[in-house]
Design a protein around this ligand. Structure first.
Ligand code: KG4
Ligand code: ZN
Length: 364
């Protein structure tokens, strides 16, 4: 089945075309430069740019794939989770195309897309993650700017939510710490680069919830510990200001490169340790056939390394997409997931009822 997929969940406009799970084209129009000066994504700006870039991205995706409209079987679109008005831009375009081109529409959960990104194949049919089908039961981890969730899957499209962050998502913690270190937005890759130059044991940052008996995480306390350390380093007066009033502003002017590198390395180490403690515990308890991981944070090579080593040590297979573009937001993963929606006959029956769901959860 040939699917044209659209993802406008956040600030990247992405359109992809797949033939079953083979990715024939995948276009991104990234507006990160516009957002970085604000230290985050401006939803109205994201929407405006999706509306401007969607048509050219669709044209380019069709031409890259060497296809015409009569070749396309279905349209897929992300309907949540994400920024409401950004999602709406993609949904409106998908509805318009579904009517004008007479194609069936598939509404896809962005986080299911991240999990199913591990099953994407290149145009020759080679898997980008090395994985060709899920072997159940498995554990699926999503780590992105908005999510840190763990699911037990006993079959396709069966998700038992067994763990989550109780506050900040992992990527969000990277972005907030990056902001304090003057790295702009998003900061994950910049923290990774700075961490390579620093000492991960220099600061002893906390691993919140590491002793708890559940599979949950908390990243907000870690972020606050970094903030307090920065205030010490910069000589800022530490009083008992309410935490909510503490500004995450850029302190990089007052810091040496060495301090920035050590903070980045020690923060990253603590963030990864927290993740690994619960993952190892869940793997030991559930004994899954494999661990699959999707989302922007798995673009981090140091995290890939420590996870691989840990899973090797406990004889568990681990899969995540190798190319970085398949980890961060992209429409290719939406196209791949859409194949499984189609297999389950999950098409949109009434276009007028399809709406954005900004807080959409995985509970099919
Ligand atoms: O999946 P994604 O593109 O968007 C969401 O669905 O949220 O994830 C974006 C997140 C951002 O927080 C970004 O800082 C983080 O992924 N990220 C990284 C790295 N590359 C992207 N975090 C740590 N290390 C990286 N190399
Ligand atoms: Zn995402």
């Amino acid at each position: 089945m040939i699917i044209l997929a659209i993802d406008t969940s956040c600030d990247d406009t992405s359109v992809a075309i797949s033939d079953d799970r083979k990715i024939l084209s995948n276009i991104f129009w990234s507006k990160i430069k516009t957002h970085s000066k604000w230290g985050g994504v401006v939803p109205s700006e994201a929407r405006r740019q999706h509306m401007e870039y969607l048509d050219p991205a669709i044209t380019e995706a069709m031409s890259d794939a060497g296809l015409k409209w009569s070749d396309i079987d279905s349209i897929a679109v992300t309907y949540g989770p994400g920024l409401a008005i950004a999602l709406e831009a993609g949904i409106n375009k998908a509805k318009e195309l579904s009517v004008s081109m007479n194609k069936r529409l598939i509404a896809v959960n962005h986080m299911i897309g991240h999990i199913y990104s591990t099953l994407a194949l290149d145009s020759n049919g080679t898997s980008y993650s090395g994985l060709y089908d899920f072997d159940f039961p498995l554990l699926a981890l999503t780590i992105s700017g908005g999510h840190t969730d763990l699911y037990l899957m006993n079959k396709h499209f069966n998700f038992e939510h067994i763990g989550e962050t109780l506050d900040d998502a992992m990527g969000e913690a990277f972005d907030k710490v990056g902001r304090m270190l003057g790295m702009g937005f998003p900061a994950g890759a910049k923290i990774e680069a700075a961490a390579k130059l620093g000492d991960p044991d220099f600061y002893d940052f906390p691993r919140p919830l590491s002793q708890s008996s559940d599979y949950n995480w908390s990243y907000s306390g870690l972020k606050t510990a970094v903030l307090y350390q920065l205030r010490k380093e910069t000589g800022e007066h530490v009083n008992n200001t309410e935490l909510s009033k503490i500004k995450m502003h850029d302190r990089s002017e007052l810091l040496s490169e060495e301090v920035i590198h050590n903070i980045a390395a020690s923060f990253q180490e603590a963030a990864f340790d927290s993740l690994l403690i619960k993952i190892e515990k869940a793997v030991k308890f559930y004994q899954p056939k494999m661990l699959v991981i999707g989302g922007g944070v798995i673009a981090n090579f140091s995290l890939r390394d420590v996870l691989r080593k840990k899973m090797n040590a406990i004889n568990t297979n681990i899969f995540f997409p190798e190319p970085l573009w398949l980890c961060t937001d992209n429409a290719a993963m939406i196209a791949v997931a859409a194949n499984y929606y189609a297999d389950n006959n999950l098409f949109v029956e009434d276009l007028s009822k399809l709406d954005r769901v900004p807080n959409l959860r995985i509970d099919l």
